[in-house]
Design a protein around this ligand. Structure first.
Ligand code: ATP
Ligand code: MG
Length: 263
């Protein structure tokens, strides 16, 4: 059975996409077949993994539209497998997105069962992968709810900064709501501390978060690492761009920790 993990935090810029791209690349490198689903209209996972968004013939948006019109018995059908692309990393595939995905949010509003669109899209293909990572947008929008409804667990990146815990209770509340109403199987995979720097503030944040959330926090902490910030502009995950840098080592350790937890 595949593990479906959504990487979510409604706060912007906390390291969701950096984690989605690099964790999925590290997991794929261990030999597990892995799918990265870009659920953010910003399409940062898509470009970060080396796909030129301008060259896309179809993207997740087209699959969503097709899934919606299926219910009207329309004939045109684009399924996930028509849109999934190979990446430069062995064992890693991507379901790409671009800015038109923002339109899906509007088109889904009046659809019955609108929260289950992504789940339905992934259902026919999920058994082909050991791990599926979903990179959610920075909001608690219908797209994110679709991610939570499709996943078995949530990984929450938290930036090691003063306001790290702000907004977390709202996110945890949303996860509980989704679990109670849409997806009984949903659980918290873990909280990942990102962009750690050797400052008193960063250390204080780590202590506070660990006090608060205990063993829900991954042992692995991702350091602030300039190379991690550079790699996406070359369309490469960190293990391709500079496999020896601190960021690459941290994401490899995280992959090991995740596999240890889940198999
Ligand atoms: P959004 O909410 O907009 O989707 P996000 O949560 O996906 O953002 P990222 O895009 O992963 O966050 O990261 C925000 C910025 O910080 C990016 O420029 C990224 O390259 C950089 N960054 C992320 N993690 C690190 C890190 N550990 N060290 C250095 N830079 C980082
Ligand atoms: Mg992002």
């Amino acid at each position: 059975m595949s593990h479906i993990i959504v990487i979510a935090n409604q706060k912007g810029g906390v390291g969701k996409t950096t984690t989605a791209v690099n964790l999925s690349a590290c997991i794929a490198t261990t030999g597990k077949s892995t799918l990265l689903v870009d659920l953010d209209p910003q399409g940062n996972s898509t470009s970060g993994i080396g796909i030129d968004k301008k060259e896309l013939e179809a993207s997740l948006y087209d699959v969503v539209v097709s899934e919606i019109s299926k219910k009207d018995n329309a004939t045109s059908e684009i399924s996930a497998e028509n849109v999934i692309l190979e990446t430069q990393i062995e064992n890693l595939w991507i379901l790409p997105s671009e800015k038109n995905l923002a339109g899906a949010e509007v088109e889904l509003v009046n659809v019955p069962q609108r929260e289950f669109c992504l789940r339905n899209i992934l259902a026919p293909i999920q058994d082909e992968y050991d791990y599926i990572f979903i990179d959610a947008p920075p909001s608690l929008s219908l797209l994110t709810i679709n991610g939570l409804a499709a996943a078995q667990s949530v990984l929450i990146p938290l930036q090691c900064e003063y306001f790290a815990l702000e907004g977390l209770s709202e996110l945890l509340q949303t996860i509980i709501l989704v679990r109670d109403s849409l997806n009984n199987a949903l659980r918290l995979q873990g909280v990942l501390l990102t962009m750690f720097q050797l400052t008193n503030l960063s250390k204080q944040v780590i202590d506070d978060v660990r006090d608060h959330l205990g063993d829900k926090v991954f042992d692995t902490v991702i350091p602030r690492n300039v190379t991690l910030g550079e790699a996406p502009s070359f369309g490469m995950p960190i293990i391709e761009y500079d496999r020896a840098c601190a960021g690459a080592l941290a994401y490899s350790r995280l992959a090991d920790e995740l596999i240890e937890r889940n198999g």
